[in-house]
Design a protein around this ligand. Structure first.
Ligand SMILES: Cc1cc2nc3c(=O)[nH]c(=O)nc-3n(C[C@H](O)[C@H](O)[C@H](O)COP(=O)(O)O)c2cc1C
Length: 403
């Protein structure tokens, strides 16, 4: 049965061009079995009429907080109490500011402050408005309060320009709404830190030593952990991937940056999954100026020094450490050694040449004192779900490590 069945969803629509797409969201939710009540801001009602929404939802559409009060119905208070979920789509810069500041000068602001239900917002605006630090600060505030922010996406904007600010697709918004309505996942209340991508070790201001890691595996694990209900911190080296929403993302460049951020993020974490390809070595000296190709220079010797082994050095009691072994030879033997030497709860062993940068992977999972589990070749998204499932198995029902 769909997670929407029998649920009451309040759909707040604010005044942006994307308001017309909210009709598609309303229709999807109604067809999935939920009762939908639409809250329109005054500006939104200038883009789409209340009639459009009432015809789709077969329910009243609310605009004026003062008109809502009557016998047996305490206006926004009753609405807020009955809601299983509040979706605000599109969420204008104005409405985002209103929610972040706790302003209650309209119905969406009033309900958002009164409801115990989870809140999902889908920002939509021109890219300059979206990237403005005022909007970014407000979104960060909302994210720390547990509001789920979906999108925006990059693409053609109403002005005809291209950039970030396009409202997420209605199907994506409905899917994230379904996640929020679904029963609690196995990692509910658990903080998972995931690392992803490769590090870059600078030679000079324009050159670095890097590796072929795309970040796909780490991003997939972060998303799978989020879907399992975890609070996720993703610490990522530079990648070409779009940062996931509703996940705290910390961008780093070097192995030393990554070590610092992992140490900070794991202070209150339950599980650390190190999927990043962290450079083992870095140039001992980082030239302040670009190294010039002078006629006298017919070669360049770089002396490399060891980077810290982040996983091995982290020794916080209770932290479940999961590592990756990407090897080109003696895979299982090397993986078992890493499992022991670094005190890991699990290691994901895979062939480096066939895995790094590829969309699929054939991995073997190793845990201390358990037989190895050889998995068939599968998409990294699927492998991520298996890894997260096994990680959840390392916790007891209360979300604490098994003694
Ligand atoms: C034609 C037009 C399109 C607009 N599109 C957007 C938009 O996409 N996103 C946005 O944040 N504001 C947009 N605005 C500005 C909002 O309508 C304005 O800030 C309004 O006060 C928002 O109020 P509300 O959040 O209460 O609906 C637009 C304004 C106009 C006139």
């Amino acid at each position: 049965m769909s997670a929407f069945a029998g649920k009451t969803i309040l759909l707040g629509v604010s005044g942006g061009i994307a308001a017309y797409k909210a009709a598609v969201i309303a229709s999807t939710l109604v067809q999935s079995g939920s009762q939908v009540e639409v809250l329109l801001t005054e500006a939104a009602a200038r883009f789409v009429t209340p009639l459009t929404f009432s015809a789709i939802t077969h329910a009243p559409v609310h605009t004026d907080p003062f008109a809502l009060w009557g016998p047996g119905f305490s206006g926004h208070v009753t609405l807020a109490e009955c809601a299983d979920l509040l979706i605000v789509a599109p969420a204008t810069a104005m409405t985002i500011a209103r929610l972040a500041l706790g302003l209650t000068d309209d119905l969406i602001g009033l309900v958002a402050l009164s409801t115990p239900a989870p809140i999902l917002i889908a920002p939509a605006m021109e890219d300059h408005m979206f990237w403005h630090s005022a909007t970014q600060d407000h979104l960060a505030t909302l994210a720390t309060r547990g509001v789920t922010v979906v999108g925006p996406e990059r693409g053609r904007l109403a002005s005809g320009r291209s950039g970030a600010g396009r409202m997420a697709d209605p199907a994506t918004i409905a899917a994230r709404a379904e996640d929020l309505l679904a029963p609690a996942g196995p990692l509910e209340g658990v903080h998972v830190v995931v690392t992803a991508g490769g590090t870059r070790e600078p030679i000079d201001p324009v050159r670095y030593i890097g590796n072929r890691s795309s970040g796909t595996m780490g991003y997939a694990i972060a998303e799978a952990a989020r879907q399992a209900g975890a609070r996720v911190t993703l610490i990522t080296g530079p990648t070409a991937l779009t940062p996931p929403t509703s996940i705290e993302v910390v961008a780093v460049e070097t192995a030393l940056d990554m070590q610092r951020e992992v140490e900070a993020a794991t202070r209150d974490a339950d599980i650390l999954i190190m999927a990043a390809a962290v450079a083992d070595f870095r140039p001992e000296v980082r030239s302040k100026q670009k190294i010039k190709k002078t006629p006298a220079l017919d070669g360049l010797d770089l002396h490399l020094t060891r980077n810290p082994d982040i996983l091995a050095m982290l020794d916080r009691p209770g932290l479940i450490k999961i590592g990756f072994a990407a090897e080109t030879e003696r895979l299982l033997e090397n993986a078992e050694k890493k499992l022991r030497d670094k005190g890991l709860a699990m290691i994901v062993a895979n062939d480096a040449a066939a895995t790094i940068g590829a969309p699929e992977s054939a991995a073997t999972l190793l845990m201390p004192d358990r037989p190895a589990e050889a998995l068939p070749r599968m998409a990294k998204d699927d492998l991520a779900r298996v890894i997260v499932e096994r990680a959840a198995g390392l916790l007891d029902r209360r979300g604490h490590p098994v003694p």
